[in-house]
Design a protein around this ligand. Structure first.
Ligand code: COI
Length: 356
């Protein structure tokens, strides 16, 4: 049956899979809610949004996304509190960043309102899929890809924008052991590192696997020219803290403009920390670690939220940081962010969108 909701055609499933969910073992990204948003683009315009039961979409093997990588994505989360109120955190920021990625990848921009309203309709429809436990949320994955059936290299003329969602637990369940990467590169100056382009993640898999095989959880990427300055970590931005100062690499065309990064830095400023966004050299952080002056290091991202780093290896030397306590900035910021996202704290920056 097709119903309409604020300009969106909705075809509901007759066969919900929600009773099959193993709520005690959600993990990350392996369970999919009942519905998905689909919007097609052709003849220079986005068509009417629709919501359909989640499932496979048939494609030709010749679509451009598969061959030339015109594929971008976003990640954001919906939270539910004890009063069954539902919130999505800063969706406009993701919509704006999707368009930054789209422009870089020669793909059409999607109106921010279409992004937010179709996402709102999906989360309302699948609200029963939002878990409420500690560290749990509904992870939402908007993405856009090129669907021209054409093998020549040029921007596609047709696209699909799809949003699906997954009830999830924590992405990282332990404090991380990371290695500073001084051989491989995630992103180059003038490249696509600031875009959330699928290819950036594909290219990161091989070096990350080498690090994992050596017993590390993640890589700390450095710049492509000298491997002397920090960029970001796999799946997250990276932040360091020494005393009252919070340090993070400044944004550039090789660093993703993380929504959690931006939010955590603002929370730091609101808590009275000095925040420095600038070039941060490996030498500077290694010196701080040698002197015992690096209090904490952590990754920040939508999926990862705030992921404490336990040790940092540079070359053959491993520096172990102290285990983080509730008094340390990362845990204070994580608690603050969690309460805020569940609508249980004042929201002075108007970050939360109430959905239900
Ligand atoms: C996110 O944090 O939302 C991401 O997209 C990172 C990763 C899961 C690919």
């Amino acid at each position: 049956m097709i119903a309409t909701h604020a300009g969106i055609d909705i075809r509901k499933t007759n066969d919900s899979r929600i009773h099959e969910v193993d709520w005690a073992n959600l993990g990350f990204g392996k369970t999919f809610s009942d519905h998905m948003v689909v919007i097609e683009y052709s003849d220079g315009a986005w068509k009417r949004p629709s919501i359909a039961p989640y499932g496979p979409i048939p494609f030709s093997p010749a679509i451009s996304a598969l061959h030339y990588g015109q594929a971008i994505f976003e990640g954001l989360k919906a939270y539910k509190n004890e009063r069954n109120e539902v919130y999505v955190f800063r969706p406009e920021k993701n919509a704006e960043r999707l368009n930054v990625s789209a422009t870089r990848m020669c793909m059409p921009n999607l109106p921010v309102e279409t992004f937010v309203e179709s996402l709102r309709a999906l989360v309302q429809l699948d609200a029963d899929w939002i878990p409420r436990g500690e560290g749990e949320s509904l992870y939402i994955r908007p993405h856009m890809f090129a669907v021209d059936e054409f093998v020549g290299v040029r921007p596609s003329e047709t696209y699909m924008f799809v949003i699906f969602s997954c009830p999830v637990g924590k992405y990282y369940t332990n404090e991380l052991r990371v290695r500073i990467e001084d051989k491989y590169t995630r992103a180059v100056k003038g490249g696509t590192g600031h875009a959330k382009a699928a290819g950036n993640y594909g290219a990161s898999l091989f070096p990350t696997q080498i690090a994992k095989d050596a017993g590390f959880d993640q890589i700390l990427w450095t710049d492509s020219q000298e491997h002397a300055y920090f960029e970001e970590s796999g799946t997250m931005n990276v932040v360091f803290q020494s005393g009252n100062t919070i340090l993070t690499p400044m944004l550039s065309d090789s660093i993703l403009n993380g929504v959690t990064r931006d939010s955590v830095l603002q929370i730091g400023r609101d808590m009275g920390y000095t925040v420095e966004e600038r070039k941060i050299s490996v030498a500077e952080i290694v010196a701080l670690m040698r002197e015992g002056k690096l209090d904490t290091a952590f990754g920040v991202g939508t999926a990862a939220t705030i992921a404490p780093i336990r040790s940092i290896t540079y070359g053959t030397e491993e520096f172990t940081l102290k285990s983080q306590t509730p008094e340390d900035f990362p845990m204070k910021a994580a608690d603050h962010l969690d309460l805020l996202k569940r609508g249980l704290l004042d929201d002075p920056h108007h970050w939360n969108l109430r959905i239900l």
